[in-house]
Ligand binder design. Structure first.
Ligand SMILES: [Zn+2]
Length: 467
């Protein structure tokens, strides 16, 4: 059977947009305060899931809801399963919208609204791709499942539940990232290094605060210091600002000198894109005679973590031919006289090293400063061979549908649902050249991109499941 995918997809435009509008109208933000047995993540995520499943039922598919946190729309039968992993939850709207985030609005060929690009728009495009197959009476040689999670933006509660209660699909893709295709995702591990609270007399560190989240390079740092030499301290700070790529301010208060360093916030996936205000603060403070745990906390950051996104100074650096560099982000640094010091580091690592290896290196170094390290989170690296048919087929479809050539798969430092399947990749739906507004105000997608994605998904499902 020959199907002109682009032409077919266009015929579904109005139906698709009508369904998308309904999905967008459900504010499916995780809401733990209103969690109940019926709605374990709050009402929104479940209601968006049920709405999505109702489209499947309406169009004659088998659907299943697994405990109101994950569900699937199924087509075809067989021993093997091709899965598509999407999600119905969204990030909080936040400020700065020019339209109502939960009323899908068409403007200049774009649709605006929370979820238009992450991930209701792409997930529904994958659904319509499947629907084109069914409406053409195509019989796949295996089972196809569009799995819909409800907690992608936090803990993957629903999608993990699916993998607990259902067998792992044979292969598949997640339409929850960008085109062309992501076949590798670095490992992601987090460590907490803690220090005592002892201090010195000549210089006393009253407190130190930088960073709110593990996965961001902190753009701000504040510290309160007590010393008899206010003048020398202020002069040194002015000098420091002159010589370094940060700005800031300093003032005397009744409690000591308040120092503020301003760097540049960035995502932890590539710490080089930011300027870590916290490690710069430590670097500045390290020239003074602090003592005890305060000194150790400062020196550990300044001497071993500062300006070293590849973690060479702690000896954890690693480069993999295909997955690239290990990266380290120092996301949270705090010290106060009561609780002592805490440094939170997040690593994105390629295959060839491990979270344990990083832990050992970090511990060896931290011990010299009286610090104690604990691993708090880990997900191993994920990599699918570029010669795997799932990669080759999807890239071939992408090239054919977009008229591009020699398109290569990518490795990223972030994580998608695809990593839950041995042969899982992320595929679309953000096209190269289209602005990425995921998680931001005024999130949008060009309607033509979504229709093009629908055609790509339809043909991809066809090629993967009927040949
Ligand atoms: Zn997403």
């Amino acid at each position: 059977m020959t199907i002109n995918w682009q032409e077919e997809a266009k015929k579904y435009r109005d139906d698709y947009l009508k369904d998308l509008k309904e999905l967008i109208s459900i504010p499916s933000v995780r809401d733990d305060e209103h969690a109940t047995d019926e709605y374990p993540l709050g009402e929104g995520p479940t209601k968006a899931l049920l709405k999505f499943l109702s489209f499947g039922k309406r169009d004659g598919f088998v659907t299943k809801n697994l405990d109101n946190i994950v569900g699937y729309i199924e087509y075809g039968s067989g021993d093997q399963t091709m899965a598509m992993q999407s999600h119905a939850d969204v990030m909080p709207a936040g400020d700065g919208w020019q339209t109502d985030p939960f009323t899908m609005t068409e403007k200049d060929g774009n649709v605006y609204g929370r979820g238009t690009s992450d991930d209701k728009g792409p997930g529904l495009a994958a659904y319509y791709g499947l629907r084109i197959l069914k409406d053409h009476g195509v019989t796949p040689k295996m089972k196809i499942r569009l799995i819909i999670g409800t907690d992608e933006e936090s803990q993957w509660t629903g999608m993990k539940h699916y993998f607990d209660v259902e067998p792992e699909p044979t292969f598949g893709f997640s339409p929850d990232a960008e085109f062309p295709l992501i076949n590798g995702e670095k490992g992601n591990s987090t460590y907490e290094t803690t220090f005592g609270h002892t201090n010195g007399d000549a210089y006393t560190l009253k407190n130190f605060n930088s960073g709110l989240r593990l996965n961001m390079v902190p753009g701000n740092a504040t510290a309160m210091v007590e010393t008899d030499d206010n003048e020398g301290f202020v002069d040194a700070f002015t000098d420091f600002l002159d010589k370094n790529a940060v700005s800031g301010d300093i003032k005397a208060t009744p409690n000591g000198i308040a120092v503020h360093v301003i760097g540049k916030q960035a995502h932890a996936m590539e710490p080089k894109n930011g300027v870590n205000a916290g490690t710069y603060m430590a670097k500045f403070l390290s020239q003074f005679n602090f003592e005890g745990a305060a000194k150790n906390f400062i020196r550990f950051i300044a001497d071993k973590l500062h300006d070293d996104s590849r973690a060479t100074k702690i000896g954890a650096a690693h480069v993999d031919d295909v997955m690239g560099d290990l990266t380290m982000n120092v996301g949270i640094m705090t010290f106060n006289e009561k609780d002592g010091g805490l440094v939170n580091t997040n690593f994105r690592y390629p295959k060839g090293t491990s979270d344990q290896e990083i832990l050992d290196r970090l511990q060896t170094v931290a011990e010299k400063f009286g610090g104690t390290v604990k691993e708090t989170e880990n997900m191993g690296p994920h990599y699918v061979d570029p010669d795997d048919p799932i990669v080759k087929t999807l890239l071939h479809v992408y090239e054919a549908q977009t008229g591009t050539k020699d398109v290569q798969p990518e490795v990223v430092g972030g994580g998608t649902y695809a990593r839950l399947m041995k042969r899982g990749v992320a595929f679309g739906a953000l096209f190269p050249g289209t602005e990425d507004t995921m998680h931001q105000a005024n999130e949008f997608q060009p309607i033509n991109d979504l229709i093009k994605a629908m055609a790509i998904y339809g043909r991809s499902i066809y090629e993967l499941t009927t040949k």
